[in-house]
Design a protein around this ligand. Structure first.
Ligand code: NDP
Ligand code: 2IT
Length: 448
């Protein structure tokens, strides 16, 4: 057994029920084989990989709150502080009924390498709750957020752990969380990112993940001698990431023909009209099926995912494991030649095997989440810088920095893949390039 296989076997034995976390860890460990075998003695002698796969700490707590009927409710709250070798823990909070420790460990683990790829000084963390904001009143969401922060505030701070948004946590939730943090601690500090523009938020943070995804997609496409202009794109999701991916793709001359939510997807052959999506999702937190009421030439498919729609490029922007092997085969059969991941781990292991086969056969392009969606956390780190210097930068300044960071990530990922004998394999490239800085910092800091 190789060192990475040993570490994975140990992890599987210790956490047999954490399927999402094991899936993410396996993919990373497998990719690291070329770099680990080159430094095996050093890594083994400091138990580097054994430490890398265990969070520094996990905080779990109950979140009691009262609903609008006066009935007490209890949810679970978590913060996984995974790795602080290169900076304070940084990563989003997810509020969704599916949230559990395995999902947050997978997200926190991915975040370590993603944050390293940005080149900025941020460690890896993730948190959240099984609370479902869907269908709750603003007052209920506020009471929940206040209760969640009453406990979480003991463990976070601008130099220790800086949460942000993720699924189910947007501007509204960050506002309530920030207000409660300030009220309890008395500190007006950059403890959260994704804040409103009137209380320390950064311009372009709202757009950053979607824009960054399209900036790197543009690099991937150009790297293969192609052009984004005139290309047909299939997008899943209709939340923060999907909305701004659609906006930037259109600005760069591509046409996005789908978007979705957990109930179904819409197909608009003329190109998704973003003002309609904004109106539904930002205007009244509605369902995407309403799109066809406003745009009768579009079609709605209840209970389905958009992967059977012919396209050049797919940008999955909803959730983990939303593309399985069969979906990947369908995409490729219908002409898709590029997938860049806006969501975290949207492609399951079988889907990635399909991309890999298609890459060898016909140059299929695949950029995994930890590189492709790093623009959000990168601009979060820029928000932390602005908060520290008590200044705010212009939209263009932040947007240009974001574009440069995404270009730099593309370059790091493709160079690492090539250096370690896997040219064009961006999964290996992203994992190795993200790992290098963290491994060096962990080695330098001793057995901690
Ligand atoms: P939002 O809550 O704004 O939107 C999520 C979207 O995905 C909604 O359309 C939602 O539909 C859909 N969705 C969520 N869960 C499921 C599910 N189980 N099945 C089908 N559809 C689902 O979240 P974001 O846009 O912020 O996040 C989307 C993805 O991007 C996540 O994987 C997140 O981790 C990742 N990401 C987000 C970043 C950010 O800055 N926000 C940064 C990097 C990655 P519905 O409303 O019906 O639930
Ligand atoms: O998955 C992610 O990178 C995020 N949800 C953003 C995290 C952040 O701290 O901005």
């Amino acid at each position: 057994m190789s060192y990475v296989e040993e570490v994975y076997a140990g992890l599987e034995a210790k956490h047999p029920n954490e399927s999402e976390f094991l899936e993410a860890a396996k993919r990373v460990l497998d990719s690291l084989e070329p770099i680990v075998s080159a430094h095996e003695e050093k890594y083994r002698s400091t138990a580097l990989l054994e430490r890398l796969v265990e969070p520094e700490r996990i905080i779990t707590f109950r979140v009691p709150w009262v609903d609008d009927q006066g009935k007490p409710q209890v949810n679970l709250g978590y913060r996984v502080q995974f790795n602080s070798a290169i900076g304070p823990y940084k990563g989003g909070l997810r509020f969704h009924p599916s949230v559990n420790q395995s999902i947050l460990k997978f997200l926190g683990f991915e975040q370590i390498f993603k944050n390293s790829l940005t080149g900025l000084p941020i460690g890896g963390g993730k948190g959240g709750s099984d609370f479902d904001p869907k269908g709750k009143s603003d007052a209920e969401v506020m009471r929940f957020c206040q209760s969640f922060m009453t406990e979480l505030c003991k463990y976070i701070g601008k130099d220790t752990d800086v949460p942000a948004g993720d699924i189910g946590v947007g501007g509204r939730e960050i506002g309530y969380l920030y207000g409660q943090y300030k009220r309890i601690t008395g500190l007006y500090e950059g403890v959260l990112t994704g804040k409103g523009l009137t209380f320390g938020g950064s311009l372009a943070r709202t757009e950053a993940t979607g824009y960054g995804l399209v900036y790197i997609t543009n690099e991937v496409v150009k790297g293969a001698g192609r052009d984004l202009k005139g290309k047909t794109i299939v997008v899943s999701g209709s939340g923060n990431v999907a909305q701004y991916a659609i906006q930037k793709a259109e600005q760069l001359g591509a046409k996005c023909v789908t978007c979705s939510d957990s109930n179904g997807y819409v197909y608009d052959p003329d190109g998704i009209k973003l003002d309609v999506v904004f109106d539904i999702k930002q205007g009244h937190r509605g369902r995407i099926r309403e799109y066809v009421e406003k745009v009768p030439t579009a079609q709605y498919f209840e209970g389905q995912k958009p992967w059977s729609v012919p396209c050049d490029i797919a940008l999955p922007c909803a959730t983990q494991n939303e593309i399985n092997g069969e979906d990947a085969r369908t995409l490729i059969k219908n002409g898709c030649w590029c997938v860049c991941e806006g969501a975290n781990m949207p492609s399951d292991a079988d889907a990635i095997d399909e991309y890999e086969k298609a890459r060898e056969e016909k140059g299929f392009l695949f950029m995994p989440a930890k590189a492709a969606n790093a623009g959000g956390v990168a601009v979060s780190a820029l928000e932390m810088s602005q908060n520290s210097e008590r200044l705010s930068w212009s939209f263009d300044e932040v947007d240009h920095k974001l574009e440069d960071i995404m270009k730099d990530i593309y370059s790091k990922v493709s160079t690492a893949a090539k250096t370690y004998g896997h040219e064009g394999d961006f999964v290996v490239g992203a994992n190795i390039a993200g790992f290098q800085k963290v491994a060096e910092a962990m080695s330098a800091q001793g057995l901690v």
